[in-house]
Design a protein around this ligand. Structure first.
Ligand code: ADP
Ligand code: MG
Ligand code: MG
Ligand code: MG
Ligand code: MG
Length: 446
């Protein structure tokens, strides 16, 4: 056992943990659990825990179904909302191995992200990522099912007494802090029932783990309070949807921010601009991964603070990428505003980072920032500024992904193939549906 692994065993003992949830995510980003009793921990570290992968979405074909989970000791955390008299539960996030080859399983999203981060490392960089996940809290009906009735009537930054959900938000934050999150900001969002909790940036892998954990903590804490929290991107038409703006930067081996240049007009280094240009270049394909549901595209429409046009800006929030003001060099970063919290955080970060790194490798030229409100541009003006539009729906986004070799190879053949297959099926199924809107428009008209 390594010393980190021994520390985990000691903490299991100290905290009197009875159950361990060994976690990993499938290609769609759903957290899967294999529960074992705490006395299995040592075996999990030394031998791994075997499970049948054929039952997991997009994982494997039946004939190659044996998988092995190996816990990452740095991810040990006691689950605060399970902290009851009846015995504590803790989780460990795991890497998935193929039992046949003994190699990391190519369908493991965490492995996909690790590979992209290794590439950054080879280029001399640590990738930092900081997300701003938004979510809605809704009441449940008598049968305990989620409704779309908002739980409160607060508005942006509104305080009590209107913000009835602030107690819930506080409880979520305490739970996050118990799990070692450094929560930087939290507030009520623009829409009724909508919230945002920002936590401190970290290296790409830790941040992806954190996003997965964050979603579990929010959902579980809501559940305990008998309300429903959702990360669905656009649960209600005609009001803001939920995004997950993602801030990115590259630090050098000596901890310097490679994105900072004090002499530049925008305080952005050449590396930062190339990275930014790379994301702009691959934006359509990245969208398929960062906005992976049919519903994601109902958020990416003009007028609700979500991006639609492929451009960057240092002043306004209608662009795809924003350069936030940075008071200290460490805070120089770019903010990608398209991702939404329905994404698989490992794959979405892998796609964004691979796009940026490709820009650095190819030393891409960064276009000028757009300082006007792009929502107000007409097609002609967009043409004049060479501003492209994000894919309008999941089907178009998948086509873009299939055509982008940089992003598909960052995902790896296995994941790219399974992801496209699953998402194409989802889109085809959606296309064949007839919606309430169509009935309202056409049923009595024709
Ligand atoms: P906004 O103005 O869009 O609301 P915030 O200030 O809330 O932005 O966003 C902060 C996010 O950016 C946090 O997650 C924060 O930790 C992260 N962040 C700060 N500096 C960096 C950096 N150098 N690299 C990546 N993320 C960073
Ligand atoms: Mg914020
Ligand atoms: Mg927000
Ligand atoms: Mg933001
Ligand atoms: Mg296609």
């Amino acid at each position: 056992l390594t010393s980190d692994e021994r520390d985990v065993l000691a903490r299991i003992e100290e905290e009197d943990v009875d159950f361990l949830r060994l976690q990993f995510t499938d290609i769609l980003g759903t957290v899967k659990n294999v529960s074992v009793t705490a006395d299995q921990a040592e075996k999990a570290f030394t031998e791994g825990i075997y499970f049948d992968g054929s039952s997991i979405e997009g994982f494997v074909r039946i004939q190659e179904s044996d998988m092995r989970l190996v816990p990452d000791p740095s991810t040990f955390a006691v689950l605060p909302w399970r902290n009851t008299e009846s015995g504590k539960a803790a989780r460990l996030i795991c890497d998935v191995y193929d039992t046949k080859t003994g190699e990391p399983f190519s369908g493991d999203p965490r492995h996909v992200l690790k590979s992209v981060l290794e590439e950054a490392q080879e280029m001399g960089y640590t990738v930092n990522a900081g997300p701003e996940p938004e979510f809605f809290v809704f009441d449940k009906d008598e049968d305990g099912r989620a409704t779309t009735e908002t739980h409160d009537a607060g508005g942006y930054f509104d305080l009590a007494p209107k913000d009835l959900a602030s107690d819930l938000r506080r409880e979520i934050i305490y739970n996050l802090e118990d799990m070692d999150f450094e929560v930087e900001a939290s507030h009520h969002e623009v829409a009724e029932g909508q919230h945002e909790i920002d936590f401190k940036y970290d290296d790409g892998l830790t941040t992806a783990d954190n996003i997965a954990t964050f979603r579990s903590v929010v959902r579980a804490t809501a559940e305990v309070n008998d309300v429903h929290a959702t990360f669905m991107p656009k649960p209600i038409a005609h009001i803001n949807g939920s995004g997950m703006h993602t801030h990115l930067s590259l630090f050098t081996e000596d901890g310097e921010n490679a994105f900072h240049d004090a002499d530049d007009e925008f305080n952005l280094s050449e590396t930062a601009k190339q990275f930014l240009a790379g994301i702009l270049d691959h934006a359509p394909a990245v969208t398929a991964v960062a906005n992976p549901t049919v519903n994601s595209y109902k958020r990416l429409v003009p007028g609700y603070e979500a991006p639609v046009y492929v451009a960057w800006s240092d002043v306004n929030r209608s662009a795809l990428i924003r350069k936030p003001a940075a008071r200290v060099p460490a805070a120089s970063r770019v903010e990608l505003r398209s991702p939404d919290p329905s994404c698989n955080p490992y794959l979405a970060l892998a796609a964004m980072i691979a796009a940026g790194l490709d820009g650095v490798k190819r030393e891409l030229d960064c276009p000028d920032p757009v300082r006007e409100n792009i929502y107000e541009f007409d097609a002609e003006k967009r043409e004049e500024y060479s501003i492209e539009t994000l894919p309008p729906n999941l089907g178009a986004a998948i086509d873009e992904l299939e055509d982008d070799e940089v992003i598909t190879s960052a995902l790896g053949e296995h994941v790219a193939e399974k992801f496209v297959e699953a998402k194409q099926a989802e889109y085809d199924e959606y296309k064949a549906e007839v919606s309430e809107w169509e009935h309202d428009q056409y049923l009595e008209t024709f």
